[in-house]
Design a protein around this ligand. Structure first.
Ligand SMILES: [Cu+2]
Length: 160
């Protein structure tokens, strides 16, 4: 390697490492598959308990999703290990899980996901749109496979 190239490499290398270390993949302008972050007054507020038994417990129960409705999820990690609550369709969750396996130490901050250490609570407000099937998932490696998921189709408001 020429000295000049080596110096350029040395100058840029630390920046590169720092950038990847703190990388938060934002989705500015990206269309989400099953809606968008909800800004209006929520139609419903649902508590979500995340458990080390690899379950989400919804209170009240979440058995329907209507196109256009806004739900505020109050998500609490009631376990002792890290869990996440992510909203997407099946394809999104497969991609997200893949990324988390590749970059387990990355801080995964997305508008459609909350990742929480033991005992913590966060709110995630979402406006459901379209007619896809929503997959709520914890993508900490192994958790989804162990049952940490909940699936529901979005139905049109007219049918309800
Ligand atoms: Cu989990």
């Amino acid at each position: 390697m020429k000295l000049k190239h080596y110096l350029i490499f040395m100058i840029f290398m630390p920046t590169f490492v720092m950038a990847t270390g703190t990388h938060k993949h934002s989705h500015d302008g990206e269309k989400f598959s099953v809606g968008e972050p909800g800004n209006g007054t929520p139609d419903r507020r649902i508590k979500v308990s995340m458990l080390d038994t690899m379950r989400f417990v919804f209170e009240p129960q979440l058995n329907t999703l209507r196109h256009g409705e806004i739900i505020e999820f109050v998500v609490t990690n009631d376990g002792v290990i890290q869990h996440e609550f992510s909203i997407g369709n099946a394809e999104d969750q497969v991609k997200h899980a893949e990324m988390m396996r590749k970059m387990p130490n990355m801080d995964h901050q997305d508008p459609n996901t909350v990742s929480l250490p033991a005992g913590e609570t966060a709110r995630l407000t979402w406006r459901f749109m379209g007619d896809d099937t929503v997959v709520f998932a914890c993508n900490i490696p192994g958790h989804f496979e162990a049952g940490m998921k909940h699936m529901l189709p979005i139905t049109s408001a007219a049918n309800n």
